[in-house]
Design a protein around this ligand. Structure first.
Ligand code: TEU
Ligand code: CA
Length: 560
């Protein structure tokens, strides 16, 4: 397996709207990010992934781009972005940008022209179909509720939007559109950015026959996913993009891919296939979703979680590379989801989850605030929420007669605004994020959970993440060692080893709030052991053939 800088890196995701507001208008901005680069350097991360900062009407907080080559006024100027890039590079870090090319905003110049007439030169940049018997061309549901098709008066037909109706899908069948996207990518790479995170990039090739979806009884729309996820030409497009753009630069790429399987993941990331470096899969974050989708919340089991990670670890063991994440701007906070956010166990379980993830084989991603153990939020009124997915879903469900309190319960568990409340910098008003009115309220627990307080406490979650990142720099085995699951059937313990040469890492994590006994499998032999990290105090010479693990305890040993 070849050595690569992006395999040895830790990535930190910034959601700019919620990171740091430098001019107190309530919205995070690029100068605000620059102010905090020393904080990120202190944490030790290598790469920053910046969620979209492009010009946008913000129907979906920047994932609806109006102009790919312009910075959103609220966030600053192109000059600010250039300064950011320089300042990141000055600190020996890298910056990757979000590439959102499955769709644009409906306010993008291309779409404004395309929708005017069937003869527009941009018409074929988007996906148009005639209605069927006065209805939409297919019965596909949009990710943000309602039909995935919108009628356009001027042309008398419908355009496809897998997300909001202000996010029309681009037509990748059109070579001119593809050339235009590649051009735009080169334009950014020539400015010195270090790669891309590619939004829903496995959605760009659609089945050209546009079949109807299966629809559950009593429902109007169904999931068109089988006809656009990992579609027929997806590998052709990614290989073309690689050949025309990426191969000319030493950059990293990670493709966000809902519905990707480990087998497909191996194809997307295989070294000789020249597509992408990594993908984000959704298997572990779909674990608590029932058959009705993400809002159909169900309980999860550790055995299943281990199976999912292990499947990905094994499938990409020889060829390909994993990305490792618990959190991003779309997911609830991990400590509330797979840990325990009570006062007693929040920090312990946040550290346990971090260890479990960072010691797996792959490139770890940290989402802003995760390094502080930030939690989910519960706003009592739907008006306090801002996320389009949450708001549309709430409206639709309540109109259909659902109990609003029950809908709120699902939002508390799964809503995207859990991740989007502003960064908690200190205990001052609005957690030090802004002196103005924040665009989304700060989580009221900021007085207890904030960066300033954690930077003063050597036992904080922050310094624990710092140590995990440091260990990766010191021990090759953390990056390149082979993964093996142990105690796979244990319902509370996630344990595994990593092997490189004659060394082994041993990771043991108790996911439960009970004490449990860890029994070391007899086939694991060693002469010396060294404790690399733990979230409780541990006797260095303690015998580990049998370990009474405390609540949410985690340990990582190096065995020789
Ligand atoms: O998300 C794609 C996606 O499929 C989901 O994670 C989505 O956020 C939704 O929650 C499904 O329930 C990406 C971006 O990360 C997301 O923020 C955007 O809203 C979306 O694409 C559209 O660009
Ligand atoms: Ca601002």
């Amino acid at each position: 397996m070849s050595r690569k800088w992006w395999k040895e890196s830790v990535v930190y995701q910034i959601y700019p709207r919620s990171f740091n507001d430098s001019n107190d208008d309530g919205v995070g901005d690029i100068p605000g990010i620059i102010e905090k680069l020393d904080y990120l350097k202190e944490l030790g991360i290598d790469v920053i992934w910046l969620s979209p900062v492009y010009d946008s009407p913000n129907d979906d907080n920047g994932y609806d781009i109006r102009d790919y080559k312009k910075v959103l006024g609220e966030f600053g100027t192109m000059e600010d972005l250039e300064t950011l890039l320089d300042e990141v590079h000055n600190r020996d870090m890298k910056l990757i940008m979000d590439l959102v090319v499955n769709h644009t905003s409906d306010e993008h110049q291309w779409f404004k022209e395309a929708k005017q007439s069937k003869d527009s030169p941009y018409r074929d940049y988007y996906i148009w179909r005639s209605g069927k018997e006065g209805k939409e061309p297919t019965n596909w549901e949009s990710a943000f509720s309602g039909s995935a098709w919108e009628y356009n008066e001027a042309t008398g037909d419908y355009y496809l939007h897998l997300f909001s109706k202000k996010q029309p899908d681009l037509n990748w069948e059109n070579p001119d559109l593809r050339a235009e996207i590649y051009d735009m990518m080169r334009w950014w790479l020539d400015r010195g950015i270090d790669g891309f995170r590619m939004d829903v990039i496995n959605f760009i090739s659609k089945d050209q026959s546009y079949p109807d979806a299966e629809v559950e009884e009593g429902k109007q729309y169904g999931s068109g996913a089988p006809y656009f996820m990992n579609g027929p030409k997806i590998h052709d497009y990614l290989q073309e993009m690689n050949e025309q753009v990426l191969s000319g630069y030493d950059v990293m790429t990670v493709g966000e891919m809902p519905g990707v399987t480990p087998e497909e993941g191996a194809l997307y990331t295989g070294e000789d296939r020249d597509e992408l470096n990594m993908v984000f899969n959704f298997d572990h974050v779909d674990l608590d979703s029932g058959p009705g989708g993400k809002w159909d919340v169900k309980s999860w089991s550790l055995v299943e979680l281990k199976e999912i990670f292990t499947r990905w670890q094994n499938q990409l063991a020889e060829d390909g590379w994993n990305s490792l994440y618990w959190n991003n701007h779309d997911q609830p906070r991990v400590v509330s989801r797979f840990g325990n956010d009570s006062e007693e166990y929040r920090e312990l379980s946040a550290k346990m989850l971090a260890t479990t993830l960072h010691m797996l084989k792959g490139t770890p991603y940290i989402y802003q605030g995760e390094e502080l153990g930030m939690t989910n939020v519960k706003f009592s009124n739907i008006d306090e929420y801002r996320d389009i997915e949450t708001l549309n879903m709430y409206k639709e469900k309540v109109e259909q007669g659902a109990d609003p309190d029950e809908v709120m319960e699902a939002i508390y568990i799964k809503g995207r605004d859990n991740a989007r409340t502003p960064m908690q910098w200190d205990a001052s008003e609005n957690g030090g994020f802004t002196k103005g009115e924040p665009w989304l309220a700060v989580n009221p627990n900021f007085e207890k959970i904030n960066a300033e307080q954690e930077l003063q406490n050597p036992a904080s979650v922050f310094y624990y993440y710092q140590k995990l990142i440091q260990l990766r720099k010191e021990y090759d085995i953390i990056v390149y060692g082979d993964y093996d699951l142990i105690l796979g059937d244990h319902k509370d313990i996630y344990a595994y080893t990593r092997t490189l040469g004659d060394e082994k890492l041993l990771v043991m994590s108790n996911f439960s709030g009970e004490k449990v006994e860890f029994e070391l499998p007899e086939n694991i032999h060693y002469q010396n052991k060294k404790l690399l990290i733990s979230n409780y105090d541990v006797e260095e010479n303690e015998d580990i053939s049998s370990v009474p693990l405390k609540q949410y305890e985690t340990r990582c040993y190096l065995l020789k």
